[in-house]
Design a protein around this ligand. Sequence first.
Ligand code: ADP
Ligand code: MG
Length: 259
Amino acid sequence: MTSALEIRNLHVNVEGKPILKGVSLLVKQGEVHALMGPNGTGKSTLAYTLMGHPLYTVTAGKIIFKGVDLLELEPDERARLGLFLAFQYPVAIPGVSVANFLRTALNARRRAVNPSDKGIPIPEFRKLLKSKMDMLKVPNDFAGRYLNEGFSGGEKKRAEILQMATLEPEIAILDETDSGLDIDALRIVAEGIEALTGPNMGALIITHYQRLLNYIKPDIVHIMLDGRIVETGGPDLALHLEEKGYDWVREKYEEVTNG
Ligand code: ADP
Ligand code: MG
């Protein structure tokens, strides 16, 4: 059975102010969606809400993941169920190596699937990690480094993508908008997503910029404006945005709302 993330008529307030005003979206395993839009329109708000950040209050609507009401789950439970959220500002964890962090995260996910799981045996984990690192062309010494300590922007992204590869989520949400990725980091993210998306993983890639989509071909592109998705189309929609910017979307939307 394919898994899906379904967002239905989602309304979200931040500090009492309505930010999302009725967002509906269906992302299925195996599909790559891009969510684009001008700054300040609520894209990151959607990502934080999916993550379960306490500052973001759902006032109406539903989020269903694999048939489960996501809003009833704690952030870590959401992750263990197979929803992956790449954090915009990853934190350093002193004294925890990338490999140990990944093994702990993987074991938590395995236990969510099967409560009697004893954890992945270390030799098996080493093999798995090695294969994921080879697939993503991650240098060998990376696994032994302390997570995010002294990492460059590109290395943080690499750790994130490696985490995604190891956990094998059914749906991944990536918010790249404000992270100021340099071209190197951008390529790491893009190639990682390209390598990982397929029949077993779906992705919602949140980005202000068309440039990420030079590396990843989305199946479906959505444009968000003022807390709503106002356009949905194929990859050509992203190309159109690169050429024309967002002004035409605003004009079209204002025409509609002003009658
Ligand atoms: P985008 O990611 O599309 O640039 P955001 O979701 O970050 O947009 O922001 C949408 C709106 O919500 C903005 O007006 C922003 O000021 C407001 N907002 C988002 N997060 C917070 C917050 N933590 N505190 C106050 N306002 C916020
Ligand atoms: Mg943002």
